[in-house]
Write a protein that binds this ligand. Structure first.
Ligand code: ZN
Length: 394
């Protein structure tokens, strides 16, 4: 199946909205119920939402707030993300999509940094998720997901862990073992993504998830999957041993036996939402580190800075060339996705010149997320948004 067609890649689905749905402490939203117990590290509440719209409101405010925190910590291109128009004398525009009852900004220069920017990352991940679902959903192929991890300790540098993990996987792909697997089972190629977590107790924990697509000539059942895993593990262990790792957390597999939508979504999420996932015990995703840092936990801010350095220049989701051709997935860079208009049928609600005093106020007070929430709440009614804009002085 080819990518594109009538599929709308740019709608931020509730699937991806789920990314931020837990552990965020305070929002000034109406009708919000907060449950859960106070745990350590201020990441304390589980938020229950009345409906998908409220969840989206919460999520929208959160991602813009976390972008501020990332900007404060890392700076660089985050300083100008969504701050200026593409055009000279241009404007920041709020659009309303009637089909989804959601709003978004358009006309602004983005940073396109999928690892670091919560605003750009959601847009990019949403598109990457849909691309991956096409591959998983295809009935001419079957797939298997392998997750590679390594032994890690508090104090290990993230960059070293990532490099060692990547090198050992590269060695696997170059090995005779892998060439035989390719031939025997009709392996077409893989889609690879990262998941990186941090805990105060044991430091960085990078995983690489790779979905391998196979032709359908021989069924990849649990036995074969396990056999492939053991063979791959043998090569990986040997490589990591050479680099001084004594024990290895391992290689796990999941196969395509369950071909239902929920399972496919789960796998696609696993690979695309590495930065956004909720907390698992006491380990945190990078965007949760931002949340903690925002709440005054300086260790979390330092960890995020290290993460920013370690991921610089690295690709977040990588398709092997053969697989990309097989599924006719259009080449779109992260930046192109971040810049693309989210929904072509959406209508313009308000257009604010980026050289105006009003725009300066919006930026200074970090109101871009709020404006989206208000505009969507008013179902794209320009007058309602104008009343709000007038309320803080023009
Ligand atoms: Zn950005």
């Amino acid at each position: 199946m080819a990518a594109g067609g009538s599929r709308n890649f740019e709608t931020e689905t509730d699937i991806s909205l789920g990314a931020f749905n837990s552990n965020v402490k305070t929002q000034n939203l109406p009708n919000r119920r907060v449950t859960g117990d106070k745990k350590r590290h201020l990441l304390v509440y589980t938020t229950k939402f009345v409906d998908a719209f409220e969840k989206w409101q919460h999520f929208t405010l959160t991602k813009w707030q976390l972008q501020n925190e990332a900007r404060r910590l890392v700076g660089g291109r985050l300083n100008t993300c969504c701050a200026n128009s593409y055009q000279k004398n241009g404007s920041g525009q709020v659009y309303y999509s009637q089909a989804t009852n959601r709003t978004f900004w358009h006309g602004l220069i983005t940073c396109g940094q999928v690892w670091l920017c919560p605003v750009c990352s959601v847009k990019i991940s949403t598109r990457r998720l849909q691309e991956i679902k096409i591959a998983l959903d295809d009935d001419k192929t079957q797939w298997m997901m392998m997750t590679f991890t390594l032994e890690h300790h508090k104090g290990d540098r993230l960059e070293t862990l990532i490099d060692d993990l990547n090198s050992s996987i590269r060695k696997l792909y170059q090995s005779r073992v892998w060439k035989n697997i390719k031939k025997e089972y009709g392996l077409i190629g893989g889609i690879s993504g990262f998941e990186i977590r941090y805990s105060e107790r044991s430091g960085w924990h990078p995983h690489r998830h790779v979905i391998f697509a196979f032709e359908r000539n021989k069924e990849i059942d649990a036995q074969i999957a396990s056999d492939i895993r053991l063979q791959a593990q043998g090569v990986i262990f040997k490589e990591l041993e050479k680099r001084g790792y004594k024990t290895v957390s391992g290689v796990t597999v999941k196969e395509s036996r369950q071909r239902n939508d929920a399972y496919i979504t789960k796998i696609a999420n696993e690979i695309t939402l590495g930065q956004d996932k909720g907390s698992r015990g006491s380990s945190y995703s990078p965007f949760q580190l931002l949340e903690l840092s925002k709440q005054g936990e300086s260790w979390a801010g330092e960890a995020f800075k290290e993460y920013a350095k370690a991921t610089k220049g690295k690709q977040f989701i990588r398709w092997s060339a053969k697989l990309k051709n097989y599924f006719h997935v259009a080449e779109m860079t992260d930046k192109e996705i971040a810049d693309k208009k989210q929904d072509d049928d959406a209508r313009l609600v308000v257009s604010i010149p980026t050289d105006s005093e009003l725009w300066k106020t919006i930026r200074k007070r970090h109101l871009q997320g709020y404006l989206l929430v208000i505009a969507a709440g008013a179902k794209g009614d320009a007058k309602a948004l104008q009343v709000y804009l007038d309320s803080f002085g023009r």
